[in-house]
Write a protein that binds this ligand. Structure first.
Ligand code: HAM
Length: 414
């Protein structure tokens, strides 16, 4: 009865951490005026074979369903989003700014930062060709990380432009196989020099000229420079840099692409994205021709970076402590029904309240309150018909008539 490799049991602490990540993501996307959507977990395998391309196709959790359909658990959101937009594009004003927070499945080799099941925040803008949209998306990826307490010392967005590489190829007189060439560049950091040199040889190119282009990208990255000006105006100058080696593994990208990494370079990518201006057109045989761009950010590497960054841990701890705000301590069992009435009253007024289901020593109840991270204890005991409020962090106590409890606690724990 063992857990499958690459899958996670989320015990309450893990679940709280997962929920923290998901709620910060939602908050940030909403702040940028994005609206939430979702799609099915299962799609026809065809969708990914044709549209994602690259490594992902070999990592599908795919099978035949009982109706003999070839289906796959979703490994990413972008093809689903494109399918949905094509189906009802006319119903929405452009540009669409849509986000989703959902679970994905890839049959990858389990390693640090890579599991077979993970969550992603996906944010995409559809129907806007101008660079303003690229800047908005990169700013959003930066703020989605700043929401966790990270600064420019913790992560960096590495930005590139696929078209710059395609013009490099053109300048070298190579006019076919752009996609295959980009795959070589995508694997540059992961493959041996010999293997890379051999593959480049098939295009009549050598590693030297590729390295030269990376070192002196010059005029080919004009679009990057314009994007940089927009980001700088937002005060985001330290958060990104040009990196021609980023070309992205998925087949549908066109134009600007980016990946986000931790500054120490210890972890795998936190997020990745870019433009995919032709995907909707290709998927709809030309019927819907809308430019598009976006990114996906995963929860696994992000969780590791949080654990590694003291400021982010502190922020998470503060969030967690707001979970159980009030613990009602029943110091005298004959006050239990008065206590429960007060619990109910506070809950109905939106407060988070817990109390002991069975009789227990007062000391034990306080221990419980602290373990749950409660901020206040409310005592029902000898003081009756008054009650006592204790602020757990400062040990400060106030005794007040029972009727004043709700008003006072609402002011203390808004
Ligand atoms: P991706 O680069 O394949 O892009 O994934 C984005 C992020 O998802 C990665 O940077 C990583 O944090 C996380 N991720 C991917 N695979 C795994 C895994 N096996 N385990 C844990 N985390 C993982 C896409 O998926 C594109 N559809 C993103 C996009 C949206 N592009 C445009 N719009």
């Amino acid at each position: 009865m063992q857990l499958l490799p690459g899958f996670r049991d989320l015990f309450p602490d893990d679940c709280a951490r997962r929920n923290y990540i998901l709620s910060r993501w939602r908050e940030t996307a909403l702040r940028y005026g994005f609206v939430e959507y979702d799609g099915p977990v299962l799609e026809s395998t065809e969708l990914y074979r044709k549209k994602s391309g690259g490594e992902i196709v070999g990592q599908l959790f795919d099978f035949k369903d009982k109706g003999e359909r070839e289906v796959a658990m979703r490994p990413e959101m972008t093809p689903t989003l494109a399918r949905m937009v094509i189906a009802r594009e006319r119903d929405f004003r452009k540009p669409l700014k849509w986000f989703s927070v959902s679970q994905f499945f890839r049959y990858e080799k389990q390693q640090r930062g890579r599991l077979r099941e993970f969550y992603q925040l996906n944010c995409d803008i559809i129907g806007e060709a101008s660079l303003a949209a690229d800047a908005e998306i990169v700013a959003l990826v930066i703020d989605a990380l700043r929401a966790f307490g990270f600064t420019a010392h913790d992560f960096v967005v590495r930005i590139s432009d696929r078209d710059a590489w395609l013009s490099f190829l053109q300048a070298k007189g190579v006019d076919a196989g752009g996609g295959q060439f980009l795959q070589i560049i995508d694997k540059l950091e992961r493959e041996t020099e010999e293997a890379t040199a051999r593959k480049l040889g098939e295009f009549g190119l050598n590693l030297g000229e590729v390295r030269e282009f990376i070192a002196e990208p010059g005029v080919h990255f004009e679009r990057f420079n314009q994007l940089a000006a927009d980001l700088d105006a937002r005060g985001m100058a330290g958060f990104y840099r040009l990196d021609p080696t980023i070309v992205r593994g998925l087949a549908y990208y066109t134009g600007l692409v980016f990946e986000v990494f931790d500054r120490k370079g210890k972890l795998r990518a936190l997020a990745g994205g870019g433009r995919y201006d032709n995907l909707l057109r290709d998927m709809s045989d030309g019927a819907v021709n809308l430019p598009a761009l976006g990114f996906g950010m995963g929860d696994v590497v992000l969780g590791e970076l949080i654990a590694d960054t003291p400021a982010a841990v502190e922020k998470w701890e503060r969030w967690r402590q707001s979970a159980a705000e009030i613990y009602v301590v029943i110091a005298k069992e004959d006050r239990r029904s008065d206590a429960i009435r007060a619990v109910q009253e506070m809950r109905e007024n939106g407060l988070r309240v817990d109390y002991p289901l069975a009789p227990a020593k007062v000391g034990k109840q306080f221990q419980n309150a602290e373990q749950l991270g409660a901020r206040f204890a409310v005592l029902f005991g000898d003081e009756w018909p008054a009650v006592k409020i204790k602020t757990l962090a400062t040990r400060q106590e106030t005794t007040l008539p029972r009727e004043e409890l709700l008003g006072r606690i609402q002011r203390l724990a808004p």
